[in-house]
Design a protein around this ligand. Structure first.
Ligand SMILES: Cc1cc2nc3c(=O)[nH]c(=O)nc-3n(C[C@H](O)[C@H](O)[C@H](O)COP(=O)(O)OP(=O)(O)OC[C@H]3O[C@@H](n4cnc5c(N)ncnc54)[C@H](O)[C@@H]3O)c2cc1C
Length: 693
């Protein structure tokens, strides 16, 4: 008889236990087991903090699945979709082609994902802490910060390099904060330019005690011990934003630091998100035996599932302990089902909790007993050594730990060159992206928001806003191309998201891509109040001219986001000036529309395949335009407005009431500004002639 095929999606605690148990119960002739995991190894999460803190090597906490699971077909592929009605999975075979595979039973054990999107700026500036790559990247970064602190001449910069922030004081936050503290403080003796006392590790937690998972006395013990070790713990405090400088707290204060680790925020895996089955808070609801509610051949276990524990009738905790037991008991239930025997509900009495807090100390709750300090730390190491999946890993970890007791932690790191990389960055209104006089490191493109360009005439004078840049605009090119410090500062005017390329990467692209080079040369020519510097009379006149005096009234016809493409084109045809504004529901400026946009619209339609173009006459104008137009506010200076026009090679700009209230109040036109300048120059000359006469 043909063996049945069981497909397991995932390769974590739950999936591995399921595969091991099933293989031990059913022969290969009875059952083919295929396990699909994104990586070819299983990550032992409780040791991730040790990897980040360099007390063990990464390979000790990652066990290759095929060596751990003989008799199981291990595939390193991401499953894209599970088609439950036709009992098939869809996966990318590595060539970009989607393959389908039939199953008799499927087990979904794909865990949860980290989600830094819950706090603005975290995705751009913080390290997540979930997969092995997160831990190894963090370790590299920490050592790089120490190297940079050693080299930093500026004490403020050195303080930033030596300040480490961990958000969330659950198990993983406490463990990683303890490990960072241990690694950095114990390594200061190898550096000459900073001391133990210069290191700052801050743990930010939203509740009034850390480690809410354990008894309050243990949480309190952990807090005191960590504070004694030099970690500063901020309770009842939430991070509300992260930037390149550090994190902003809900009390308005800023904690600076160039390392932020975010251990809060989980998201449902996209695979589960797209699955049409009953869910609760994103997790798949199962029957007590762990088959998905309403399904006959689909099971869900581990962090992605919501399984009620019949021991206490509560939903199982999303921990490795529960995931392993679910994997084992679900496999036994599948065997029972295949043999026609009744299945059993999931039942498990949690064994306890263990958390290492650094400095050879831990807290533990085991079999109803509470232990803390060195004994708990010894227990912690013993339990996790025993729980590692293979003997080879146990020996590796034991050797690493023994090494760590005898020798200093390894400070070697791969010096990946940031000049070759692409980054994302997030800034709050008022944050500086670059400062005049700083060396140029990045070429930046604005993905969202607006920035102001500021320039100070000399080091003693106040910088003045000389132009505004918006979505799709770029900056940093002049200093990089000229290999000189920035001649202007850039400050976020709204929330800003940037895509940044390191200097070397920028030079390579600028050197090889001719159209890009041409755009850059044009920008360098137009940009930076330099042009006005060279015509000092006009510059000083523009600085004095009130913007309101240059305003043209709004046109009679204003477009709306929902205006159809044909109506918008008709309005443009009837407009005297050929410049129209588009408003949103709250009558705020949403976009602009002029004759240049028509070419872009045609180009955009041309790239849509003919069968998907639909009825063009029914399409909305907003589908074809880039939003976030550049504008100036009534309280901006005429000099800034004129420079912004030059920067954007534009002959007109919309003017809004204020930055906080972007309701359009009029237009600014290049010819009107120039006409006014000529008028003012004439008036000045007449005055001079009168004085001379
Ligand atoms: C830093 C940290 C420390 C922790 N410490 C502890 C601890 O001390 N004790 C404890 O009990 N628990 C701990 N946990 C929690 C524990 O790790 C999780 O509860 C456990 O890993 C859940 O197991 P799982 O099998 O459901 O998912 P995971 O172990 O997350 O495994 C899911 C696997 O599925 C793979 N996958 C996802 N989507 C797909 C797809 N579409 N195709 C193919 N593969 C896919 C992933 O790559 C991953 O390998 C910790 C977690 C973290 C992050």
């Amino acid at each position: 008889m043909k063996p049945i095929r069981v497909v397991i999606v995932g390769g974590g605690f739950a999936a591995v236990q399921f595969a091991k148990t099933l293989r031990s119960k059913l022969r290969a002739s009875e059952c083919e087991i295929l396990l699909f995991n994104r990586e070819n190894h299983m990550v032992f999460h409780p040791l991730l903090a040790d990897v980040a803190g360099a007390s063990i090597n990464a390979d000790a906490a990652a066990t290759p699945l095929r060596q751990m699971l003989p008799g199981v077909g291990c595939r390193t592929e991401r499953v894209q979709r599970i088609d439950l009605p036709s009992s098939e999975i869809e996966f990318d075979d590595g060539t970009g082609v989607l393959q389908r595979l039939q199953f008799d039973h499927v087990v979904i054990a794909c865990g949860a994902e980290s989600n830094l999107g819950i706090i603005p700026g975290m995705a751009e500036h913080a390290f997540p802490f979930k997969v092995m790559r997160d831990a190894t990247d963090l370790r590299q970064h920490i050592v790089r910060q120490m190297e940079q602190a050693e080299a930093a001449g500026d004490p403020v910069l050195q303080h930033r390099h030596l300040s480490f922030i961990v958000v969330g004081a659950g198990f993983s936050g406490v463990e990683v904060a303890g490990e960072i503290n241990e690694l950095v403080r114990s390594s200061t003796r190898f550096y000459h330019n900073f001391k133990r006392e210069d290191v700052v590790v801050t743990l930010v937690h939203s509740q009034d005690h850390i480690l809410p998972e354990v008894a309050p006395t243990l949480g309190e013990f952990a807090r005191k011990k960590m504070e004694e070790a030099g970690i500063s713990i901020l309770l009842n405090t939430r991070a509300v934003a992260a930037t390149g400088e550090g994190i902003e707290l809900n009390n308005g204060k800023m904690v600076t630091g160039s390392t932020v680790v975010c251990t809060i925020g989980t998201a449902v895996s996209p695979l589960v998100q797209h699955l049409d089955v009953p869910k609760e808070r994103g997790r798949i609801r199962t029957a007590p035996e762990m088959r998905i509610e309403g399904q006959t051949n689909a099971w869900a276990i581990g962090d992605c599932a919501l399984i009620v524990n019949s021991f206490d009738n509560k939903p199982s905790a999303p921990t490795g302990q529960f995931a392993e037991r679910q994997g084992r008991q679900a496999a036994l239930n599948l065997v029972r089902l295949l043999r026609g025997e009744p299945t059993k509900p999931f039942r498990f009495k949690a064994l306890g909790q263990l958390c290492s807090i650094g400095g050879y100390s831990a807290v533990a709750e085991m079999f109803g007993m509470q232990v803390s300090g060195f004994l708990a730390w010894f227990l912690w190491r013993g339990v996790y050594l025993f729980k590692l999946p293979t003997w080879s890993r146990r020996i590796k970890v034991a050797l690493d730990w023994a090494w760590d007791l005898l020798f200093p932690r390894d400070l070697g790191f791969l010096n990946t060159d940031s000049a070759q990389q692409v980054f994302h960055a997030y800034y709050r209104p008022g944050d500086f992206v670059q400062r005049q006089g700083e060396p140029a490191r990045f070429f930046s493109v604005i993905e969202e928001g607006e920035v102001e360009i500021l320039k100070a005439v000399d080091s003693d004078s106040e910088p003045k806003v000389i132009a505004v840049l918006g979505k799709g605009d770029f900056f940093g090119e002049a200093a990089l191309l000229g290999n000189r410090p920035h001649e202007t500062s850039i400050r976020a005017r709204t929330v800003v998201r940037l895509r940044q390329a390191g200097s070397a990467l920028f030079s390579q692209i600028a050197g090889t891509l001719t159209p890009f080079r041409e755009i850059l040369s044009k920008a360098v020519l137009h940009r930076s109040g330099d042009l006005w510097q060279r015509i000092p009379l006009t510059k000083s006149l523009l600085e004095r001219e009130p913007l309101a005096s240059l305003l043209d009234p709004l046109p009679a016809q204003l477009l709306h986001k929902d205006t159809s493409l044909p109506d918008a084109i008709r309005a443009l045809k009837e407009s005297h000036t050929g410049e129209l504004l588009i408003l949103d529901e709250a009558q705020r400026l949403w976009g602009t529309f002029d004759r240049n946009d028509l070419d872009q619209i045609v180009a955009r339609i041309a790239v849509i395949p003919p069968d998907q173009q639909g009825d063009i006459t029914q399409r909305k104008l907003s589908e074809f335009l880039v939003v976030n137009p550049v504008y100036v506010a009534l309280d901006d200076s005429a000099l800034m407005a004129a420079t912004t026009m030059l920067d954007h090679d534009s002959s007109w700009l919309p003017v809004v009431q204020s930055k906080d209230n972007p309701q359009p109040v009029g237009f600014l036109r290049r010819e009107k500004i120039l006409d006014r300048m000529i008028e003012r120059i004439g008036q000045q000359q007449a005055k001079h002639a009168q004085v001379a006469g």
